[in-house]
Design a protein around this ligand. Structure first.
Ligand SMILES: NC(=O)c1ccc[n+]([C@@H]2O[C@H](COP(=O)([O-])OP(=O)(O)OC[C@H]3O[C@@H](n4cnc5c(N)ncnc54)[C@H](OP(=O)(O)O)[C@@H]3O)[C@@H](O)[C@H]2O)c1
Length: 376
């Protein structure tokens, strides 16, 4: 099969290399690149030229961003090309539209690399769903923030110091907001909920991040036998679902607590399979390239043709996700003492907790909040 790559950065180069070295049945014949970087005969700066090439049967989008990625993916699907993408931002924003276009054109839409990098999470959910309902999922879905928390804990270093080191190593962007404020995890949670629950997931999920996490916070939770992980979570049942992104004070003995460096750990619960966990490299040129190539091969061989049908119409009900919460803040809030400067507030929805965090941040901009799971 002849394919086109849109974008030739970290992921695009990984895809090109893996296909060249390991996949003889697939050939990258076209690459969309910016006009000042056309260094390979396969490269063009014109998407229309790629669209007009009838030999191209599949388009891999790994440019990132919303536009023009959205327009290019929609055009490729309309033109009868299969699409594989690693771009979680555009998928989270437009999955229902892409799914409808793919269905109408009778082509495949493959998203594996958009969540969990090299970890076969999306295909794993789809396989589980052939038999089971997925009743809940949760995951460490962002390697950058996991790296930061892990290094803070192990090196007894503060947030700013570790973030600077992560930026130096290339684990964190120069503007780290999408990672540390939970936006990247929200996109991955929207996609995971859509695939797991067959629903065009609510976009405005309660979201908080680790921007205000301090070493003293980690030490406080450590004294309670816990550590902090930024988790995307979703739950569904009785025709309803909820999802949220927030730091969670997980038990120090949990598998989540043991996840090192920039690795991902994604967990789901299925009706008959029970708990399943997926662990691996959530980013990087070759792991993410591998996930894309797996999708390409599923398409070429016909082994997997995902169909996203959002007609199940589950109702979004934030009351399904409830936890106790710990807030370290100087804001005057009602709650039980949890440690120096910290309060425990019982039984809030994720949405209620986000509202309480906003209230606390208004008087203490350094406030940090984490959910305290009630089941352990
Ligand atoms: N890196 C990872 O480990 C990873 C893992 C999972 C998913 N992803 C996702 O995969 C996508 C790509 O990530 P990446 O890390 O490979 O990003 P990247 O290194 O920035 O590569 C994207 C490339 O596409 C180029 N580009 C942007 N707009 C273009 C356009 N209109 N025409 C042609 N080229 C264009 C960029 O050029 P400029 O840089 O000059 O803009 C850049 O060279 C993103 O959606 C990302 O979220 C990445």
């Amino acid at each position: 099969m002849k394919i086109a790559l849109l974008g030739y950065g970290t992921v695009g180069r990984g895809v090109d290399r893996i296909i060249r070295e390991r996949v003889p049945d697939v050939e990258v014949t076209r690459i969309l690149e910016l006009p000042d970087r056309l260094s390979d005969p396969r490269m063009t700066a014109s998407f229309d030229e790629i669209l007009a090439d009838d030999a191209v049967e599949l388009v891999v989008e790994c440019m990132g961003g919303i536009e023009p990625a959205h327009t290019y993916i929609a055009s490729a699907l309309r033109s009868g090309r299969h699409v594989v993408t690693s771009n979680k931002a555009v998928v989270a924003a437009h999955l229902a539209e892409f799914a409808a276009l793919a269905h109408a054109a009778g082509v495949g839409l493959y998203l594996e690399a958009a969540v969990g990098g090299g970890v076969p999470w999306i295909a794993g959910i789809e396989k589980v769903r052939r038999v089971d309902d997925v009743t809940s999922f949760s995951g460490i879905m962002n390697g950058t923030t996991n790296y930061i928390v892990d290094a803070m804990r192990k090196e007894r270093a503060d947030f700013a110091e570790v973030l600077a080191e992560a930026q130096r190593l290339g684990y964190a962007e120069r503007d780290p907001s999408a990672d540390i404020d939970g936006v990247d995890v929200r996109n991955k949670t929207i996609i995971s909920a859509s695939v797991a629950f067959d629903v065009a997931c609510e976009k405005d999920l309660p979201t908080s991040g680790i921007r205000n996490l301090t070493l003293a916070d980690l030490e406080l939770f450590s004294a309670h036998g816990r550590t902090v992980k930024l988790l995307g979570r979703g739950v569904a049942g009785n025709g309803r679902y909820a999802a949220a992104v927030e730091p969670v004070a997980v038990a120090a003995s949990s598998l989540e607590a043991a996840v090192p460096s920039n690795f991902n750990l994604l967990t789901l619960d299925g009706t008959t399979v029970g708990e399943l966990r997926f662990y691996g490299q959530g980013a990087g040129s070759l792991p993410t390239g591998n996930a894309i190539v797996q999708d390409v091969l599923d398409c070429v061989t016909g082994a997997r043709r995902p169909v996203y049908d959002f007609s199940r119409a589950l109702a979004y009900d934030p009351s399904l996700l409830r936890s106790d919460y710990v807030l370290r803040t100087t804001a005057a809030l009602d709650g039980e003492p949890y440690g120096p400067g910290a309060l425990l507030v019982r039984d809030l929805t994720a949405e209620g907790a986000r509202a309480l965090l906003d209230e606390a941040l208004a008087s203490d901009p350094t406030t940090f909040m984490a959910a305290l799971p009630r089941e352990d």
